[in-house]
Design a protein around this ligand. Structure first.
Ligand code: ZN
Length: 177
């Protein structure tokens, strides 16, 4: 694996494997804390293990790495030049899984907010992103009593909302080709 990744990609890969306390997450947490919000982190009981969970507001937050979650059109989403099919398949699966997790969380009463890492990394964008995030959290008007989430095998097609429109193979256009 070593020769197909740039140093930056390798760094991200290792951060993803460690799976916690990557820098953008810390920035978001610190900001929310400074605004008086309290939360739990890396909640494994919920689908996709959300990075931040604000139970009081019925909100979960994911900070998605642009490479691993396939940020369309983002300069941080560049596939390595070798093993392209492998990476496409892998990232397609990640995108599909993110979508299913969103649906499952919504069905259980959670509002899901996803932030791209690139929206936090640059200072100029960061302020705006964080302020918008704060507003999105505190203005969540649809707080429902969140339900316990059933194991995936007990889910039937009828559980999905009518606008559930993802196919088994996500749109290849997501790769900017
Ligand atoms: Zn991005």
């Amino acid at each position: 694996m070593t020769d197909i990744m740039t140093p930056e990609q390798r760094h991200r890969c290792m951060a993803a494997i460690r799976g916690k306390d990557t820098k953008p997450e810390i920035i978001v947490r610190k900001y929310l804390f400074s605004r008086g919000l309290r939360y739990r982190v890396n909640v494994k009981k919920l689908p996709g293990s959300p990075d931040i969970v604000l139970k009081k507001y019925g909100v979960v937050i994911f900070i998605d790495g642009c490479f691993w979650h396939g940020h369309k059109g983002c300069k941080h989403y560049r596939l390595p030049s070798t093993n392209v099919d492998f990476w496409k398949a892998k990232i397609s699966r990640n995108i599909a899984r993110d979508y299913v997790n969103n649906v499952d969380l919504n069905l259980a009463g959670w509002k899901v907010i996803r932030i791209w890492e690139c929206e936090i990394k640059t200072k100029a964008k960061r302020e705006e992103t964080l302020q918008t995030l704060y507003t999105q959290i505190t203005s969540n008007q649809h707080i429902q009593k969140t339900k316990r989430i059933k194991k995936q095998k007990s889910r039937t097609y009828d559980d999905y909302p009518d606008d559930f429109n993802i196919a088994a193979e996500p749109d290849v256009d997501w790769y900017g080709e």
